[in-house]
Design a protein around this ligand. Structure first.
Ligand SMILES: [Zn+2]
Length: 142
């Protein structure tokens, strides 16, 4: 899903939460920003692979890659383990609870998008599974 779609849907979702559950502006912002910034892992993935810090290059590279992706790709902020970590952190600082809501909303949108395009195989949802399978089948995984 394109970033602009995440921004629009994230804004609508956080505005709905603000209105329905009387969130504070700060809590609403945490939901909204986390529903977008979760995709920062795509940029980190690109930088780690290509040693290139150019944001536009990473966007173009990942957009092209996503059209020809044959292997599952692991984006660390999109894994169930990372979501569990944020959930655990929410016991220590309540702000993580609202970040988690935004991240789950974003993940649901990604799942619907990839499911609709019959491309669920392009995303690895478990860090542990990814590390085990990548060790076992190095050519099948990024
Ligand atoms: Zn995403």
């Amino acid at each position: 899903m394109l970033p602009k779609h995440h921004i629009i849907l994230g804004a609508i979702f956080s505005a709905l939460l603000y209105w329905l559950f009387s969130l504070t502006i700060f809590q609403t912002l945490l939901v909204f920003l986390s529903s977008i910034l979760i995709d920062f892992d795509h940029y980190l993935w690109y930088v780690a692979r290509k040693k290139d810090w150019d944001l536009k290059n990473s966007y173009n590279y990942l957009e092209k890659l996503s059209k020809n992706l044959k292997k599952p790709i692991m984006m660390v902020f999109h894994t169930i383990e990372f979501l569990i970590l944020v959930f655990i952190l929410s016991f220590f600082w309540r702000g993580f609870y609202f970040a988690l809501i935004g991240m789950i909303f974003h993940s649901i949108l990604d799942l619907l998008y990839f499911g609709h395009k019959n491309m669920l195989y392009v995303r690895e949802f478990s860090l542990i599974r990814h590390l085990v399978l990548r060790e076992k089948y190095p050519n099948k995984y990024f």
